[in-house]
Design a binder for this molecule. Sequence first.
Ligand code: DGY
Length: 319
Amino acid sequence: MKVFISGNIAAEGINELKANDIEITQWTADKPITAKELIDACQQHDALISVGRNKINAEFLQACKHLKVIALHSVGYDQVDVATAKKLNIPIGNTPGVLSAATADTAFLLMLAVSRKAFFLHKKIIAGDWKAYQPTVELGIELKGKTLGVLGLGNIGIEMAKKCIALYQMPVVYHNRSQNPEAEREIGAKYVSFEELLAQSDVLTVHTALTPETQGLFTLDVFKQMKSNAIFINTARGGIHNETDLIEALQQKLIWGAGLDVTNPEPMDKDNPLLQMENVAVLPHIGSATEETRTAMAKIIAQNILAGLKGEPLPYPVD
Ligand code: DGY
């Protein structure tokens, strides 16, 4: 059996596949594979490990109907046309659970960095612009006791909330498509409407999937409904906020600051005004980028591929 990998994954996953006599071909160029190159490569393979944002759309799936399984190197699957995959009987696997802690760490890191202007001040030192200790400038805001608002209280949102409760005793409000009574019991979070989430949050952290409902959800109108001292954090998908509107909201001081691990587009243009703003921190989609998490993801991928190639149900299927 032959597997194509559209990037690189941790050695543990590759070794597991090789130990099962799977032949592996990897995309090694330092630019992402194009849609056509991916279709061409998959013709000679039985399965695909999709790394990054390959579009697994109807066109790709029709051209690669022969694939026995597609394993995503992500928990998110907004890049996949799941309905078409189902129709064509191509099982799709993802990597749930194992990246929650690392991604929540990234959200927490951004929250803290924004609240103390850390990225901006770091750049100021590098530029030689830090001249003297001054008691009334470069002031941040404290987080203790502030209200955390979570949009999408799933595994990652719960991990983020736990950190904020433990370290800063932050009360938690959340909004989901449906209530999460188990999480409410576990962390004492309170369910509120989306409008209340905007109105009450001092830090609003986004952990929802990118869906037609959440695509472009954070517009200027939405930012206007937030507190003027609020911090907006997005480690989910860049498509959930409108980046032009976010820039305007920050320039007009409708909100206090923003921390982004995901942007739209990715990579972010180096001249994006967000990169020059004091109260903004931007990272290059590193939510799950720890040795431990990427190893765990690669192991799950190997399990999904092995099961799919045998025609067995995937242990981590996208439903
Ligand atoms: C995920 O797992 O969905 C990460 O954002 C990587 O794409």
